[in-house]
Ligand binder design. Structure first.
Ligand code: BDP
Length: 679
């Protein structure tokens, strides 16, 4: 019970009607293909069923069975069960599943081996959460094309913003030899629906530039493991690669030598990894090299790489996290929140067809609360993916529990008004709003070499939840939590009820004892853990709250502020610009107000700060007592892991409460309206 097997633990199921139904169908399996991915699906099936039901799975059916395979794979049960029109509905990664009494089988069929694997994971998930497998008849396709994880792992074994140990991909500038762990990782990712993984940090250091040459054989070994599970490997590349590694004296994207260099690199990579995904690029951002050095724009830079990859079917994922990180903090007009839009909106339509812009969910940087990036809606002729951060850099660093699926859901549902009344982010992300060639979701990974992958056991729910949401954004945060709990801890309803509550309340709780009302950034500089109200106030990073003795907040309105609110479309622009209409939770993101300003909740801003912080710390302590009620119901190893983290969180939440409340009490001189003590 270390947590290593995560949501593929396959806990033993209780006896009863559901169990009997599963035993009836699952005693035998029929597979006709030798394909490695189909065989991996078969192995997973056997492993899951044998563990959950405690039976041996025979591969020689005699009576009811499960049939697994591609439509063309020669499994006559598969060809017998599915009608032509069903086949037509199954996309390249989708699957069909049907329980057929007359054919004596439940068939899982797909047009590709990866689809077979997804189908098998689906059926295992139904069983693991005690759902009926009789009368199944459905076609399931992933909603989003690209469902990607970005690792921020460095070759030396460290992980940028890693909160679960070190990298399991690299150690001391060598690739890991533990391919077993990579395989288990690929199983986990594939079971959650992930189909693309970039294996190195977007900040590419000197040795990592050699991943596309000297270390290609190592990269290729990892790609082999990923391929088994339907996952394409991507690499982050250094825009100045030709200078670091080659004889070319420039990285100017319009220089013919530079273009040739990237073209020959692409050929070399595809010779080693024929299904290589492509490049992820962080350019002209936080001191990384990029096209600006040569007076070129980001379309010039991205298109140059895209041209090199196009003949092989590769794509360029170009990040929009571009802003001035050397800003003068006294300058109240330059606004980091504006930067991504200001840089990329004018380039809409200028990118090649195999370029995808990767846009962070908010305009700043993965704060616990930010508005949705106004770039969503602004780019009508550009492929784009949204970028989330599963790693809890600003949300408790996997020492605090913070289930992020509700946050992601809210973002995906946000209406941009880009094309008529109903233009939610999720329809931009899935490509349907503008009819993009490529689209989807990427997110920064939260895994490391800790035995349980994510440090905090409950942070596994974010990893799982991210994949599930990328597969189908219509799933609710509650559904995803409940699936994850059954698959990880088993199906005891008491356990499920308590863990669900903990997860579903956790974002709100974390938000309430940290930076208030959407203002963000009150954390310790550099490592970003723990409270520090002025930590980033007088710095170059563009991250301010402007608190003084009269008030707090950033004026981003059109008339008196930075004009950021005008980057939104339709009623969103006025809504945010108006002090009366702006939602409380984002008030200080858009407006600078006196502490006595009255919120929609009826409280003053200062009273809100006091109340939220007292309540938040109290609720953090309650999370611990909720968990302790499960002491005899959860395996000891798992129980203790979570108990330890929740204890730390309860203590640390008080520190947050006290620092924030005291700071604002001293700044404003306004008393709390209750008996509580603020020093
Ligand atoms: C910030 C991180 C920094 C990353 C950067 C990025 O603090 O370490 O390099 O984002 O996304 O959140 O590139």
């Amino acid at each position: 019970d270390s947590g290593y097997t995560a949501w593929l633990s396959y806990p033993v199921l209780p006896q009863g009607n559901a169990y009997n139904q599963y035993v009836k169908w699952c005693g035998a399996v029929k597979v006709a293909e030798e394909n490695d991915t189909v065989q991996a699906a078969l192995q997973e099936w056997q492993r899951g069923i044998e563990s959950m039901l405690g039976i041996k799975v025979s591969s020689k059916p005699d009576g009811l069975c499960i049939a697994i395979g591609t439509f063309q794979g020669g499994n006559e049960l598969i060809s017998g069960v599915f009608a032509e029109d069903t086949l037509a509905k199954v996309g390249p990664e989708g699957f069909a599943i049907r329980s057929s009494e007359e054919n004596d089988c439940i068939a899982v069929g797909a047009s590709s081996p990866a689809g077979v694997l997804y189908g098998v994971f689906h059926l295992l998930r139904l069983i693991g959460s005690l759902q009926s497998i009789e009368g199944l008849d459905e076609v399931v396709n992933p909603v989003n094309g690209l469902r990607m994880i970005n690792h921020w792992d460095n070759f030396d074994g460290s992980v940028e913003r890693g909160y679960s140990g070190r990298s399991f991909l690299y150690e001391d500038n060598r690739f890991t030899r533990d391919l077993e762990r990579i395989r288990d990782y690929a199983r986990l990712m594939s079971s959650a629906g992930i189909n693309a993984i970039a294996i190195n940090n977007v900040n590419v250091h000197a040795l990592e530039t050699l991943f596309i040459s000297k270390y290609l054989p190592d990269v290729s070994r990892i790609a082999d493991v990923f391929r088994l599970y339907g996952i394409k490997l991507f690499l982050s590349v250094n825009f100045a690669g030709p200078m670091h590694e080659g004889e070319v004296g420039t990285a100017d994207p319009l220089d013919p030598e530079v273009r040739k260099w990237w073209q020959s690199k692409a050929a070399e990579i595809y010779a080693a990894i024929p299904d290589f995904g492509g490049f992820v690029v962080k350019a002209d951002s936080e001191n990384r090299p990029g096209p600006f050095t040569y007076g070129r724009d980001h379309a010039d830079g991205a298109n140059m790489l895209a041209e090199a990859l196009e003949p092989f079917g590769g794509i360029v994922i170009w990040r929009c996290f571009v802003y001035n990180c050397k800003q003068d903090w006294r300058d109240r007009k330059t606004d980091r929140a504006r930067a991504a839009y200001d840089h990329f909106k004018p380039l809409d339509g200028k990118f090649n067809d195999n370029v995808i812009l990767q846009i962070k969910n908010g305009p700043m940087d993965f704060q616990v609360r930010e508005p949705v990036s106004p770039l969503f809606g602004a780019l009508e002729r550009t492929n784009q993916v949204i970028e989330f951060q599963i790693a809890q850099e600003y949300t408790g660093q996997q020492r605090h529990v913070c289930y992020l699926v509700p946050q992601w859901k809210e973002i995906m549902e946000f209406n941009t008004y880009a094309k008529g009344e109903a233009s939610p982010v999720k329809h931009i992300v899935d490509g349907s709003l503008w009819g993009n060639r490529y689209s989807g979701i990427a997110a920064v990974s939260n895994v490391g070499n800790d035995k349980n992958w994510t440090g905090h056991l409950l942070a596994q729910a974010n990893l799982y939840g991210y994949g599930r949401l990328a597969w189908n954004p219509e799933l609710t945060a509650e559904q995803i939590a409940s699936e994850w709990i059954s698959l990880t801890f088993g199906t005891d309803p008491v356990v499920s009820g308590v863990i669900s509550r903990i997860l579903l309340d956790s974002w709100e709780i974390y938000e309430s004892y940290t930076a208030p009302l959407g203002v963000g950034w009150m954390i310790n500089p550099e490592h970003h853990y723990g409270p520090n109200v002025d930590g980033y106030e007088y710095s170059q990073w563009g991250t301010y709250h402007y608190a003084d003795h009269r008030g707090i907040g950033v004026d981003r309105t059109v008339k008196t502020g930075t004009g950021y609110s005008a980057q939104y479309l339709g009623s969103n622009a006025e809504h945010y610009d108006s002090l009366e209409e702006c939602p409380d939770e984002l008030l200080l993101f858009f407006h600078h107000v006196p502490y006595t300003h009255i919120l929609h909740s009826g409280k003053t801003v200062i009273q809100h700060i006091y109340d939220a912080h007292f309540e938040g710390a109290e609720r953090a302590a309650e999370l611990l007592s909720m968990w302790t009620s499960l002491k005899d119901k959860v395996a000891e190893g798992l129980y203790l892991q979570v108990e330890n983290r929740l204890k730390e969180q309860a203590g640390h939440a008080k520190e947050w409460r006290d620092q924030i409340n005291t700071y604002f009490y001293r700044k404003s001189g306004i008393e709390d309206n209750s008996e509580r003590v603020i020093y």
